[in-house]
Design a binder for this molecule. Structure first.
Ligand SMILES: [Zn+2]
Length: 337
């Protein structure tokens, strides 16, 4: 017996390896051990038929909220991971430095799901949804956020900030500037939520290569298309400067019309994520495959949506060595420590 598990007869879609073909996949000691056209059944302890099914790398959702019991948004990652093929959930700013120890001990460590985290620039994180977390700039302490990022590099991927009027009040792009300060200290990217009430060009002007705009197809105002339906030049410029555009579907942050207009003009998101939280898990989001299917409906191919939720997502969080593909030696569930 060379292998523990054999997935037999499936269609393997692994854009990182340019693979879309019938292949058998063997796993040994939790890692991908072989991919071949015909691996005999007796080489594995357990064989699972994948006939008429797709086999993909574990999907990576770079925008979720899983700080259950502490924030108003938090869902339980393990309830949704196994049924959605999503093996890595990146929490987008539910915790900050003040609540990070609890996030690590009570959420990340006991979970079966591989959980990573953007640390919020507001020290209170996203504990209390009804009131914006950056109405008062004194909630932000870039030094403490940077310390948290640096001393938890195994599970941190960047800094989160939300830049809508509801979240920042009259503070304009000051929270984003503070988030960038923290990110620079830790040499990590920023993930910025865009929303109504803060001019998008002001936000995009500050974004650096590798930083992430989430909710890129939101349609509440201050979005990527102007009143005539054209992509604003600042969005094209940002994409050219390697700013990453992420779907971050959410409860009210994905407008079909905006996505359709954008895609007709060739403006395609780099990554597809859900923004899964208590307010959308029972619809309209449900899970990442449902969100991927919406983008297929809008014209992307299956390979493209898998690419945007595997290898592109892994590159965005700088984990492409361990995640987002089925290369030999890759752990089927990446262990963070
Ligand atoms: Zn979110």
């Amino acid at each position: 017996m060379n292998y523990d598990i054999l997935l037999k007869g499936g269609t393997v879609v692994d854009p990182a390896q340019n693979l879309n073909a019938n292949r058998d996949v063997a796993i040994a000691d939790g890692a991908i051990a072989a991919i071949d056209t015909d691996i005999p059944k007796d080489a594995a302890k357990q064989t699972i038929s994948a006939k008429n099914q797709y086999v993909t790398p574990g999907l990576i959702d770079i925008h979720t909220h899983v700080y259950y019991g502490v924030t108003t948004w938090g869902i339980k990652a393990d309830d949704i991971c196994p049924i959605s093929g999503t093996t890595t959930f990146v929490d987008a700013g539910s915790a900050s430095w003040a609540t990070f120890p609890g996030f690590r001990e009570f959420i990340v460590e006991p979970a079966q799901t591989h959980i990573l985290n953007y640390v919020h620039i507001s020290g209170i994180g996203l504990v209390y949804g009804p009131v914006g977390e950056m109405h008062d700039l004194s909630y932000a302490d870039p030094d403490l956020v940077a310390d948290t990022l640096k001393s938890n590099r195994d599970i941190t991927v960047g800094v989160k900030v939300r830049q809508g009027k509801m979240q920042v009040g009259n503070n304009g792009v000051e929270p984003l500037k503070l988030a960038i300060q923290a990110a620079e200290q830790a040499n990590m990217p920023v993930m910025c939520h865009i929303g109504e009430g803060v001019p998008l060009p002001d936000v995009l002007e500050l974004m650096r290569p590798g930083d992430v705009i989430t909710h890129c197809f939101q349609g509440n105002g201050d979005n990527i298309i102007d009143e005539k339906g054209k992509i604003i030049p600042e969005a094209w410029q940002a994409q050219q400067n390697s700013v990453i555009f992420d779907v971050g579907h959410g409860a009210g942050s994905f407008r079909y019309e905006v996505a359709q207009r954008a895609m007709e003009q060739g403006f395609i998101s780099d990554v597809i994520s859900t923004d899964l939280h208590t307010g959308n898990i029972n619809g309209p989001v449900y899970d990442l495959p449902t969100t991927l299917s919406k983008l297929v409906h809008l014209g992307l191919t299956l390979e493209e949506v898998i690419e945007k939720s595997t290898i592109n997502a892994a590159k965005t969080i700088k984990r492409e060595n361990q995640l987002g593909h089925l290369k030999i030696g890759t752990y089927s569930r990446c262990c963070s420590s």
